[in-house]
Design a protein around this ligand. Structure first.
Ligand SMILES: [Zn+2]
Length: 117
């Protein structure tokens, strides 16, 4: 008899899956585990965090494992203040005007609209 895996979908409740319906994902940066499946009831992707014990159980059952790593952008230095809601509003107002392109070019290092052919 094929192994059946019981999982839960937020909308459909408990669902039964085959080993091929589930994928385990392990982050190689922090060893965090999760599993993902497409719900047979609503056809949506469901992602659940998984403790190491659950990861081991799923892998031992034959579920495929995918390793992934955090995006390199998370390690980039972020000088300067954080972008705020006021910054977003200023940016929105800037885009509503006709001279946003000029302001953008003037603010760019060594940039000016007169440099653009
Ligand atoms: Zn569902």
């Amino acid at each position: 008899m094929a192994t059946r895996i019981r999982a839960s979908c937020e909308d459909c409740g408990d669902v039964e899956l085959r080993v091929d319906d589930v994928t385990v994902r392990v982050c190689i940066d922090d060893d965090a585990g999760s599993y993902v499946f497409r719900c047979p009831g609503c056809d949506r992707s469901v992602v659940k965090d998984a403790e190491p014990r659950v990861v081991e159980l799923l892998v031992a059952s034959g579920v495929d494992v995918t390793a992934w790593s955090m995006p390199a952008e998370l390690l980039e230095p972020r000088p300067g203040p954080a972008f705020t809601h006021d910054d977003l509003l200023d940016f929105h107002e800037l885009l509503e005007g006709d001279d946003w392109q000029q302001a953008f070019l003037d603010a760019a290092p060594g940039g000016s609209a007169s440099d653009v052919a």
